[in-house]
Ligand binder design. Structure first.
Ligand SMILES: O=S(=O)(c1cccs1)N(Cc1ccc(F)cc1)Cc1ncn[nH]1
Ligand SMILES: [Mn+2]
Ligand SMILES: [Mn+2]
Ligand SMILES: [Mn+2]
Length: 371
């Protein structure tokens, strides 16, 4: 039977292409040293077989999300060009994601807002309604988008440039993320892993207009574990050596992401917030403001605990919601995630993959032939 090809722009749902429901496995990396035994352990292989048969755990959900991510980003990389508005770029990625994952309520869909952070801004920027920002040829764009299937969130990001000036910065961050992925593993301490990432990042420098700048890891950004419908699972992988003795554990899902900067190596909240998410264990406080009460109901219905942005409220018909939204933030019910930026004039880069610490092997589920 002829395989149905993906369209351009990407619109063919993956269940029409992977008709047997089996999605490609990611890059397999065996565990190292005192966990190498896992690959051939009968007990661990049995554990994994059970996981594959459990509809809750089955690795097919996260692999389907990963294949959606690979196909959308493949077309997006070709499509995104200086001169386009960030809004158009965001909608291209989101329309592609919704179509390929065959969005269906909270069953499957967009995992979190499409990050399109420019230059000194490293994370959590996506345009709000009315934003007229146009991508420029000298920009460094971090494209960070998510796909979820049954609450399994695929979190992966890459950096795009259209001039060679910052190639070494991009190279440094790609190498640091690959170091983080390679050194990750069951029983690895998070503080130690951060040291390996820092070491790779700091071995690079970038020459800009005759000035040699060291590449700095951004010390207050981090990778993170991922839970069901929960983008931040509670464990953080910092980018500078630290004493956190917390270990990575069998069954963990991790987003390994690193950020490099030619600036301070530190980000601060900057500009209007676009990203928000319901706080998982928020206190059940009575909400007096009627508009806030109804907005919270809309958020719970449409996003659950997945992060959302103002454009997603606009597209489901909400309007004049800012007062209510800020009230929910003040009440500690919704978390705001403002744009995170280093010094003006600095440049930042990011690469991110989602990895699974399976009982027998480590799977870099979001790996593609692009990064
Ligand atoms: O910086 S984080 O808040 C974080 C890092 C460590 C512990 S929590 N964050 C989680 C997140 C927050 C809001 C989102 F809309 C999406 C994700 C990392 C991240 N942002 C983008 N990709 N990955
Ligand atoms: Mn991300
Ligand atoms: Mn992440
Ligand atoms: Mn804040």
């Amino acid at each position: 039977k002829k395989r149905i090809e993906q369209s351009d722009p990407p619109r063919v749902g993956l269940s029409k292409i992977f008709t047997d429901g089996v999605y490609p496995e990611g890059e397999i990396q065996p565990y190292k040293d005192d966990n190498a035994w896992r690959t051939t352990s009968e007990e661990k292989r049995y554990l994994e077989k059970m996981a594959m048969e459990d509809p809750e755990v089955t690795y097919q959900n996260i692999r389907r999300a990963a294949e959606v991510h690979r196909q959308v980003r493949q077309y997006a990389r070709k499509y995104i060009r200086p001169g386009q508005s960030l809004t158009k770029i965001a909608e291209y990625i989101e329309n592609g994601t919704r179509a390929l994952v065959e969005e269906n309520g909270l069953e499957c869909g967009v995992g979190f807002p499409t990050g399109l952070s420019l230059n000194n801004c490293a994370a959590h920027f996506t345009p709000n309604a009315g934003d007229t920002t146009i991508l420029q040829s000298g920009d460094i764009l971090k494209v960070d988008f998510g796909v979820h299937v049954k609450g399994r969130i695929l979190d992966s990001a890459f950096t795009l440039t259209w001039e060679p000036t910052y190639d070494r910065l991009v190279e440094a961050v790609k190498a640091a993320t690959d170091t983080g992925i390679r050194e990750a593993g069951i029983d690895v301490r998070l503080g130690e892993l951060a040291g390996y990432i820092q070491e790779t990042m700091e071995s690079y420098e970038v020459e800009v207009k005759g000035k040699v700048l060291p590449v700095k890891p951004i010390e207050n950004l981090s990778g993170h574990s991922i839970g069901m419908y929960q983008i931040h699972g509670g464990k953080s992988v910092l980018l500078v050596k630290n004493e956190d003795p917390t270990k990575m554990e069998e069954g963990d899902y991790f987003a390994i992401e690193t950020f490099g900067s030619t600036g301070r190596g530190r980000v601060v909240d900057n500009g209007d917030c676009s990203h928000f998410a319901k706080i998982i264990d928020a206190p059940r406080v009575p909400i007096r403001l009627t508009s806030a009460k109804s907005l919270l109901r809309t958020i719970s219905t449409n996003f659950g605990t997945l992060p959302f942005c103002r454009r997603y409220l606009d597209r489901i018909g909400e309007s004049k919601y800012l007062l209510a939204l800020n009230h929910l933030v003040q009440q500690g019910i919704i978390q705001d995630y403002p744009p995170l930026c280093d010094a003006i004039g600095s440049m930042t880069a990011q690469f991110e993959h989602t990895i699974l610490l399976r009982p027998t092997v480590k799977e870099v589920v979001s790996r593609g032939d692009d990064y």
